[in-house]
Design a protein around this ligand. Structure first.
Ligand code: NAD
Length: 303
C-alpha cells in the first residue's frame, strides 16, 4: 500500500487526510498544531515528529498549507523538505499559492528527480469532508495518472489544467469569481431583507432564478438561511477571510503581470481588506455579509 506523508492538517487538510485513511492508505501526518495530529492518530495515522520525519519512507507527499511563503519555506532551501524526499517520489502540493511560486517549487523538485503537481482544490470544508473536492492540476500528465487514485479518494472532479503552475492559475480565476459571487449575494441579501423580504424566501427565489450561483446553492452568507453554512455558526470554520484576501491578491498579481484588467477582483480585494481591518480575518469569508448589514442590523432597524 502506498505510504503517504500529509503535512498541514487545518480546515481542509484534516478531512482530506481522514478520507485517505478511510480509503486504506498508510499515512504519516504532521502539523505545527498537535490537535489535528492526535485526531488522525486515533483514526490510524502515524504522528511524525516533524516534516522530515513525516516523509521518511513515504513515496507520496501531500501538503495543504496556507500560502506561498509556507510552501516555499517547507520545500526549498538547504534544509528544505525536497532534500529529504526520495527521488522518484511524487509530491501533490494542494495549497492555493502563487502560480510563480508553484513553478519555482516544481523546478526545484524536478532537479532532484521528484515529480511534483500543483493541485489546489475547490469545494470547501464540506467538499473535503465528503470527498467531493475538485482538483485543478498543473504538471505532467503521467504524474497525474499516478496520482489519480489518491485524488479520487479525496475528490470527485480531477482536471488537468496544463503544465506546472496551471492548476494554481485556474484556482486563482475560480476564487476571483467566487469572491465576486459572495459579495454580490451578500449585498443583495442585505438589500432585500432591509426592505422587508424574508431572508429564506429571498434566498430561494434568487437560487432558482437567473441570480442563482454556487453561494446561493451551498454557502448563503445570511445566518439561518442554510443550517450547514458557516453563516449559521457565527461564521466559524470554513474558508478564512484572510485566505480569500490572499487569493484575490494572487489574482491581482497575475493580472498585473499579464496586463489584464480585473476591476471586479480589485474591488473584491479592497472589500476583503476592509473586513480584515475590522478584525474578521480568521472568520469564514461569508462574514463579508456584515459589511452590508446582517440580521442584527435589520432587527435594530425595526426595533
Ligand atoms: P488552515 O489555516 O486551516 O490550515 C493550514 C494548516 O497548515 C494549519 O493547521 C497550520 O498549522 C499548518 N501549517 C502551517 N505551516 C506549516 C508547516 N510549516 N508545517 C506543518 N504545518 C503547517 O487553512 P485551510 O483552510 O485548511 O486552507 C489550506 C489551503 O487550502 C490554503 O491555501 C487555502 O487557500 C486553500 N483552500 C481552502 C479552502 C477552505 O474552504 N478552507 C478551500 C479551498 C482551498
Amino acid at each position: 500500500m502506498t505510504k503517504i506523508a500529509f503535512i498541514g492538517l487545518g480546515h481542509m487538510g484534516l478531512p482530506m487526510a481522514r478520507n485517505l485513511l478511510k480509503a486504506g492508505f498508510e499515512l504519516s501526518v504532521y502539523d505545527l498544531l498537535q490537535t489535528a495530529v492526535q485526531q488522525l492518530v486515533a483514526e490510524g495515522a502515524r504522528a511524525a515528529n516533524d516534516a522530515h520525519d513525516a516523509v521518511h519512507q513515504a513515496s507520496v507527499v501531500i501538503s495543504m498549507l496556507p500560502a506561498s511563503r509556507h510552501v516555499e519555506g517547507l520545500y526549498l532551501g538547504d534544509d528544505g523538505l525536497l532534500a529529504y524526499i526520495t527521488p522518484g517520489s511524487l509530491v501533490l502540493e494542494c495549497s492555493t499559492i502563487a502560480p510563480e511560486s508553484a513553478k519555482k517549487v516544481h523546478q526545484a523538485a524536478v532537479k532532484l528527480g521528484i515529480e511534483l503537481l500543483d493541485a489546489p482544490v475547490s469545494g470547501g470544508t464540506a467538499g473535503a469532508a465528503a470527498a467531493t473536492l475538485t482538483f485543478m492540476v498543473g504538471g505532467e500528465a503521467q504524474a497525474l495518472d499516478q496520482a489519480r487514485p489518491i485524488f479520487q479518494a479525496m475528490g470527485k472532479n480531477i482536471f488537468h489544467a496544463g503544465s506546472a503552475g496551471a492548476g494554481q492559475l485556474a484556482k486563482v480565476c475560480n476564487n476571483l469569481v467566487l469572491a465576486v459571487q459572495m459579495i454580490g449575494t451578500a449585498e443583495a441579501m442585505a438589500l432585500g431583507v432591509a426592505n422587508g423580504l424574508d431572508a429564506k424566501t429571498l434566498a430561494e427565489i434568487m437560487r432558482q432564478s437567473s441570480g442563482g450561483n454556487w453561494v446561493l446553492e451551498r454557502y448563503n452568507p445570511w445566518p439561518g438561511v442554510m443550517e450547514t453554512a458557516p453563516a449559521s455558526h457565527d461564521y466559524d470554520g470554513g474558508f478564512m477571510a484572510e485566505l480569500m484576501a490572499k487569493d484575490l491578491g494572487l489574482a491581482q498579481e497575475t493580472a498585473q503581470a499579464s496586463g489584464n484588467s480585473t476591476p471586479m477582483g480589485a474591488l473584491a480585494l479592497q472589500l476583503y481588506r476592509l473586513l480584515l481591518r475590522q478584525g474578521h480575518g480568521q472568520r469564514d469569508f461569508s462574514v463579508i455579509q456584515q459589511l452590508f448589514g446582517g440580521p442584527r442590523h435589520s432587527t435594530d432597524d425595526t426595533a
